[in-house]
Design a protein around this ligand. Structure first.
Ligand SMILES: Nc1ncnc2c1ncn2[C@@H]1O[C@H](COP(=O)(O)OP(=O)(O)OP(=O)(O)O)[C@@H](O)[C@H]1O
Ligand SMILES: [Mg+2]
Length: 277
């Protein structure tokens, strides 16, 4: 697996306040990185830097071994804790909006066959997140869990390689979480994304991730609370990583198997033709 992201000696300061200090991290494609840490220790700031909304004050951030662009791009999508859906649009319109902006940033609308393709794609994603039946409802008619599915669909339809989730299930009833966990794991697998997910539920972090990061301040100064930032204090490989690797090895060997079978079948046909001819 190739590295998709690398942080080298990354610092983030706001004036005199050090938020993050010396973050070093290498993430491979298709990892599911969960992030936990005390409130205010810079988790959201880290995601916003990944998105390109904020620049580090020191150090480098590399995406595919190249400096991370200073602005959000279609390769990175984000879902926040609070639903970002437009209440006056239907479910389908909300999802198509993600594509409208991506496909025609100046017009804001797609026409003709491009529009039909976008519609089909949107319906496909709605099916994946379980909102196909609700496609013509207005966003305000949806429950919290459904709105969050819609937010996820809005991001995933743009086929980001990296999906950023900032406490996406934090505002939902605990009962809904299990379904949302299944959904996010399925999307992660099927769309082959690399995921970064902040959670305040450490159990959720352990269950969902292939890797868990803990952000924490290692030094505290009561006189000057802003003088030290958070670092990565734990970087824990989780067992799900083994399952991910297993799948990838299976995929790879299956490709070769199919190739060998196809070639053997081709040879068999040739031999039979030679024998009969
Ligand atoms: N634009 C900004 N200007 C100044 N300070 C900021 C800005 N954004 C964040 N901060 C500060 O950076 C620190 C980290 O904030 P951040 O939102 O990243 O924390 P967090 O770990 O996501 O917290 P929480 O768990 O509460 O969401 C906080 O002290 C916050 O006040
Ligand atoms: Mg936050």
């Amino acid at each position: 697996m190739t590295n998709i992201l690398e942080a080298r000696g990354l610092w983030k300061e706001y004036g005199d306040v050090v938020v993050l200090e010396n973050i070093n991290l290498t993430v491979r494609e298709r990892e599911f990185v969960t992030i936990v840490g005390a409130s205010g220790c810079g988790k959201t700031t880290f995601l916003r830097m990944l998105l390109g909304e904020e620049a580090p004050t020191r150090g480098t951030f590399l995406l595919d071994a190249k400096p991370l662009p200073n602005e959000p791009g279609p390769d990175r999508g984000i879902v926040f804790q609070r639903y970002s859906v437009f209440p006056h649009l239907t479910v389908l319109q909300n999802v198509m909006l993600g594509l409208d902006f991506a496909g025609a940033p100046f017009v804001g609308k797609l026409f003709g066959s491009a529009r039909r393709r976008a519609r089909d794609k949107a319906l496909g994603i709605l099916n994946e997140v379980g909102l196909y039946e609700a496609r013509d409802k207005y966003a305000t008619q949806l429950s919290g869990g459904m709105q969050q599915r819609l937010s996820i669909a809005q991001s995933v339809i743009r086929e980001p390689r990296i999906l950023l989730l900032d406490e996406p299930f934090g505002a939902l009833d605990p009962g809904i979480s299990a379904d949302m966990h299944k959904l996010i794991l399925r999307l992660w697998e099927e769309h082959k994304m690399t995921v970064f997910m902040i959670t305040h539920d450490i159990k959720e972090g352990f269950e969902l991730g292939t890797r868990l990061l803990v952000f924490d301040k290692t030094r505290l100064d009561a006189q000057a609370p802003g003088s030290f930032g958070a670092r990565i204090t734990y970087d824990i490989p989780l067992k799900r990583a083994d399952q991910l690797l297993l799948k990838q090895v299976q995929e790879q060997t299956r490709r070769t198997d199919e190739f060998v079978h196809a070639t053997q079948a081709g040879e068999a046909v040739e031999n039979a033709q030679q024998a009969s001819g």
